[in-house]
Ligand binder design. Structure first.
Ligand SMILES: NC(=O)c1ccc[n+]([C@@H]2O[C@H](COP(=O)([O-])OP(=O)(O)OC[C@H]3O[C@@H](n4cnc5c(N)ncnc54)[C@H](OP(=O)(O)O)[C@@H]3O)[C@@H](O)[C@H]2O)c1
Length: 244
């Protein structure tokens, strides 16, 4: 019997990278997953890769109407949610002195505001005893040049988690934050220069970036009853990068 047998999971940004690897793992463990993303062709390819027990819903996690459509689909198809993995996020490097309103608004609009409304709009469908977790970043725990706005937008998630788990205690819903370290995903390929990649790799004790499957293993832990007494945690999965 799988660790998520019969569970319904919603994974925003699940059409690529670590959230896609997690969606595949959740289905292997018996879950039904809803994945989202803005590009239909990426969703179609992800649905093909996952193969079964999956619905792809196109939408922007920063757009409240799209979130309403997502949860209306979940309600119609499954009627309830056990696991919410809010992973859609973005970040670009812009140093202090060059930060624009547009840069600030884009990061906070998706990473903070979008994540908040994703959780809030999921709640009416949530089963008591469910698990919510959100993708932060080790950037929120360190001081990487150029990443202050991204880091600040991701640091909001732990503050959200602490308040929400207290507000939700009567329903036994847990709220955690998963902080990936540098993980080799399509997003990394887009935003990291070879020099930045080398800088991050040299800071990881094993000298190599993480793999999406290594995040999926941690996501499975947070999603399943294996973490039944884990609540309000910031779980760094970064090969030790943030510890040294
Ligand atoms: N990779 C890393 O090293 C790293 C480290 C720490 C934290 N993170 C965080 O981890 C999360 C996933 O990153 P990843 O590296 O796995 O990225 P990825 O491979 O590029 O995947 C990102 C996924 O999110 C979707 N997405 C992006 N913006 C969205 C939006 N506004 N609404 C809905 N879906 C959206 C993308 O699809 P569309 O483009 O089609 O929308 C895609 O499915 C992000 O929150 C990121 O900040 C990444």
């Amino acid at each position: 019997m799988g660790k998520l047998e019969g569970k319904v999971a919603v994974i925003t940004g699940g059409s690529s990278g670590m959230a896609l690897a997690s969606a595949m793992r959740f289905v292997e463990e018996g879950a039904y997953v809803f994945i989202t993303g803005r590009r239909q062709e990426a969703i179609d390819e992800a649905v093909r890769l996952i193969g079964r027990n999956v619905t792809g819903v196109r939408g922007d996690a920063a757009n409240l109407d799209d979130l309403d459509r997502l949860f209306a689909t979940v309600k119609r198809e499954k009627g309830r949610i056990d696991i919410l993995y809010a992973s859609a996020g973005m970040g670009e490097a812009v140093p202090l002195g060059e930060i624009t309103e547009q840069h600030f608004d884009a990061a906070f609009n998706l990473n903070a505001r979008g994540t908040l409304f994703t959780v809030q709009k999921a709640l009416p469908l949530f089963n008591d005893g469910g698990s919510i977790f959100m993708t932060g970043s080790v950037a929120a725990l360190k001081g990487y040049p150029g990443y202050s706005v991204y880091a600040a937008s991701k640091a909001t998630l732990h503050a959200f988690a602490r308040g929400w788990l207290n507000e939700l205690k009567g329903r036994n819903i847990r709220v955690n934050v998963l902080h990936p370290g540098p993980i080799a995903t399509p997003m990394q390929d887009k935003v990291l220069t070879p020099e930045a990649k080398q800088m991050f790799e040299s800071a990881i004790p094993r000298g190599k970036m993480g793999r999406p499957e290594e995040i999926a293993a941690a996501a499975l832990f947070l999603a399943s009853d294996d973490s039944s007494f884990v609540n309000g945690l910031e779980l760094s999965v970064d090969g030790g990068l943030s510890a040294i």
